[in-house]
Design a protein around this ligand. Structure first.
Ligand SMILES: Nc1nc2c(ncn2[C@@H]2O[C@H](COP(=O)(O)OP(=O)(O)OP(=O)(O)O)[C@@H](O)[C@H]2O)c(=O)[nH]1
Ligand SMILES: [Mg+2]
Length: 459
């Protein structure tokens, strides 16, 4: 009898425990690794520190403790939390190294429940939180599923103007010497594909983030695989009839393989398992870089948003049945600017995503925006100048110099090209602030992000 009742209690407990898969994405350098490291670090410290006042469960002292537990999906690499923390706690502290692939980490958060019904059975529950890190570039590939090779090629060539046209020169020279009707030669194809991949990398270095196929710049485990060896062709060279074994036939075959084995596989095995999503956006770097880079970031964001537009009848829904019901867009690295500029950061981010957001039906998905800093690198305060007191931030540059600066105003509307002519905005990269290992990392509004993303699961 005792055994049965123990089994019953276990069963009820399991029924009460919940599980959330929180996906974290953003274009490269958006701040994903810093965010996940800080999220884990904050949650494991919250039972002993008042570090998350904007997360209701933490503020009400209902979180009993959080710890890392083995992840459920054994086929995905583990998120490098210990490595990231040892870099952030080094002397001097430095930022974690760039990551290139999907990874995940699992936390068990034990909390005192609020809910009357839950309380009747047990006073405590556990939320299992899986946090998954994946490159935002992979979401740029979704539109490929609806484009055949010819249409995709035409789109890529349409986009070849401005900086892109310059950066593509080497690849184009080789492409123009290629006879698409000749018999397929894998080695030759690999060489031109390498030049195309170089071009995409150069776009990213120049601050242009809309690159397709997204896996070419962040291949993860597919680096060097033939499925990543193809490229778009000039539309006027695609009209000829081609043989079954021609270069063109092989290119098309690889493109289709990429659609099926890479893009679809990601949506099916990863994306469709996510419950909640945070998209990190670094709006400040494109402000530093210029108009073209800024507009490009906006386009890339619009493309990323298409992945959340699945509704009940969309193509994605039919294929993979995704279940994300909340998406939070977060403007990261807010500690780069003075606090009075934070509302402008949010307004700017909202304007970047609003057109796409308003003109399409995001059925049953809640979306919101905020600004935050996962790991603070600066302190804010005031300095006295000839004109009076002005707000400023203070930090240590990557070279080790202490600096107090006023980085400028963040425009609250989408800036036009003139903004960059009278450059009024410039920010410096700082080292993360040093802190003791026993103390949680310093952040700005990471707790607000957590409350939006998982607050309802901690009731
Ligand atoms: N000041 C400040 N800088 C940040 C913060 N988060 C990230 N950064 C800066 O942004 C850089 C990139 O952050 P990561 O967390 O590595 O970004 P990521 O999205 O994981 O980048 P990839 O792994 O390359 O895709 C860091 O090296 C820092 O310089 C933050 O909260 N504050
Ligand atoms: Mg990373």
């Amino acid at each position: 009898m005792k055994r049965i009742s123990q089994e019953m209690t276990d069963l009820i407990h399991r029924g009460l425990d919940s599980h959330v898969r929180l996906a974290v994405t953003g274009l490269s350098r958006a701040g994903k690794t810093a965010f996940i490291s800080s999220l884990v670090n904050q949650l494991v410290h919250t039972s002993t520190h008042d570090n998350l006042p904007l997360l209701a469960a933490a503020r009400d002292k209902r979180i009993i403790g959080a710890k890392r537990v083995p992840q459920s999906n054994l086929m995905v690499p583990s998120f490098g939390y210990d490595e990231a923390m040892s870099q952030l706690h080094a002397n001097p502290p430095h930022w974690p190294v760039p990551t290139r692939d999907v990874s995940e980490i699992r936390l068990a958060i034990k909390y005192k429940t609020h809910s009357r019904t839950r309380k009747l059975i047990s006073k405590t529950s556990t939320l299992y939180l899986d946090v998954i890190d994946y490159p935002g570039e992979w979401l740029l590939d979704l539109p490929l599923l609806q484009l055949d090779f010819e249409t995709w090629s035409a789109q890529q060539f349409n986009a070849l103007h401005g900086k892109r046209a310059e950066l593509a020169q080497e690849w184009l020279t080789q492409l123009d010497q290629l006879d698409l009707q000749q018999e397929a030669n894998e080695k030759h194809l690999a060489e031109i594909a390498a030049l195309y991949t170089d071009y995409l990398h150069r776009c990213k270095e120049a601050g242009l983030h809309w690159v397709q196929p997204g896996r070419f710049v962040l291949p993860g485990e597919l680096a060097g695989a033939p499925v990543l060896q193809f490229f778009p062709c000039r539309p006027d060279t695609l009209q000829h009839k081609n043989g079954k074994h021609s270069m063109l036939a092989l290119l098309k075959q690889r493109y289709e393989e990429y659609q099926n084995k890479v893009v679809k596989a990601f949506y099916k095995h990863h994306f469709a398992t996510f419950d909640r999503q945070i998209v990190l956006v670094d709006c400040l770097s494109p402000l530093n870089e210029g108009h073209e880079s800024f507009m490009d970031m906006r386009d890339a964001l619009e493309q990323i948003m298409q992945s959340f537009r699945y509704g009940r009848s969309g193509m994605l829904s039919r294929l993979f049945a995704p279940k994300i019901d909340k998406v939070l867009f977060a403007a990261t690295k807010a500690d780069h600017v003075t606090p009075d500029q934070h509302p402008n950061m949010v307004a700017l981010l909202q304007q970047m995503i609003h057109p796409a957001w308003q003109h399409t039906a995001y059925e049953n998905i809640e979306m919101s925006c905020l600004s935050m800093a996962s790991v603070r690198a600066t302190q804010s305060g005031h300095i006295e100048t000839g004109q009076g007191r002005v707000s400023a931030i203070q930090g240590t540059t990557l070279q080790g110099d202490n600096m107090t600066v006023y980085p400028g105003e963040v425009p609250k509307r989408l800036p036009n090209a003139d903004f960059w002519h009278n450059r009024s905005f410039d920010f410096t990269a700082f080292r993360p602030m040093s802190g003791h290992q026993d103390e949680p990392l310093k952040h700005i509004r990471l707790d607000k992000a957590l409350d939006t993303l998982i607050g309802d699961k901690l009731k």
